[in-house]
Ligand binder design. Structure first.
Ligand code: NDP
Length: 294
């Protein structure tokens, strides 16, 4: 089963489908990532703020899969923004992951009220790219105004913008801005995890009747239909699971094809209601917390 490859704006390639580990407890991370690597995933998405980079690194080493075959992506938390602090954040993540080079390093959030710090952090990413410590750099949860402000102040166009995208919240304006700038949109909560895992009372896209009907047509599961939708729309997607059967299920998405009408029907499910934190209100005061040394 071959997962499609995407080419970033600097020529680096990555498997479109990656494996997420947000909220995967450290003591479950090694098993989850090892299962993912056994199933065939070759792209792992973690973050300094998830507290499980060390376990991701352990799983990589224990798996026996050659380092160069796995695309490793991680994120700098806002508490480490600033030129020197972000350079040091690379060191912390690289040591925890047990790697010399990080394939994709991204800023986890914009800090709208401290955009100066956000820019300093991004300039550190540019420096890490120039010195070959990272193969690509990018951002996460950047809205269109954040992208405009960043692009005006820096040199390297982000390769990736990792944002909340699932059938109930699609962010078409951000997707369009990413595309216009040559930035790959990468979907977090691609099967709508944010809509249900916090007992938020939100409806789950996994139980959506339109998605269920499409899934029945193709003899697939709702999760597989959503992941197929991302891939056919040209996005990267990084589903998370700690459940071996679901890890395999989410990877088995290359041998069926949704029609244009089915893709459009899923697009039309957008409610405009964000599940995650509002990027405009992200502050150090509310969300800052130190990232431990390696
Ligand atoms: P997902 O959309 O990947 O959903 C994950 C949830 O769905 C888990 O509760 C999981 O349960 C369950 N699940 C997984 N597969 C299936 C399936 N086939 N059928 C039914 N249920 C399933 O949400 P996430 O929020 O975890 O997003 C994915 C990744 O995106 C994260 O792990 C992280 O890497 C990244 N992310 C980035 C953010 C950012 O700010 N940049 C924010 C949030 C996420 P279980 O594990 O128990 O199987």
């Amino acid at each position: 089963m071959t997962i499609p490859t995407l080419t970033l704006n600097n020529g680096v390639t990555l498997p479109a489908l990656g494996f997420g580990v947000f909220q995967t407890p450290p003591d479950e991370t090694v098993a989850a990532v090892r299962t993912a690597l056994e199933v065939g995933y070759r792209h792992i998405d973690t973050a300094a703020a998830y507290g499980n980079e060390r376990e991701v690194g352990r799983a990589l080493r224990e798996s026996g899969v050659p380092r160069e075959e796995v695309f490793v992506e991680t994120k700098v938390w806002i508490s480490d923004y600033g030129y020197d602090a972000t350079l040091h954040a690379f060191d912390k993540s690289a040591v925890k992951l047990g790697v010399d080079t990080i394939d994709l390093l991204i800023l986890h959030q914009a800090l709208p009220s401290r955009f100066d710090l956000t820019i300093d952090a991004y300039r550190a990413l540019e420096q890490l790219l120039a010195t070959g410590k990272v193969r690509a750099i990018g951002v996460s949860n950047f809205m269109t105004d954040h992208l405009d402000e960043l692009l005006a102040a820096t040199t390297v166009v982000p390769a990736v913008n990792q944002i909340e995208v699932h059938p109930y919240f699609r962010q078409p304006a951000v997707l369009a801005a990413d595309a216009a700038h040559g930035i790959l949109s990468q979907a977090w909560s691609p099967i709508g995890g944010i809509t249900f895992y916090r007992d938020s009372g939100h409806p789950s896209a996994l139980a959506d009747p339109t998605i269920a009907a499409i899934a029945a047509t193709h003899d697939r599961t709702p999760a597989q239909v959503m992941l197929r939708w991302h891939l056919q729309r040209g996005r990267s997607a990084i589903p998370k699971s700690v459940t071996p059967s679901r890890i395999a299920e989410n990877f088995a998405v290359t041998d069926f094809e949704l029609t244009d009408a089915e893709l459009a029907a899923i697009d039309a499910l957008d409610t405009g209601h964000r599940g995650g934190p509002e990027p405009a209100t992200m502050t150090l005061e509310a969300w800052g917390r130190p990232v431990p040394e390696a």
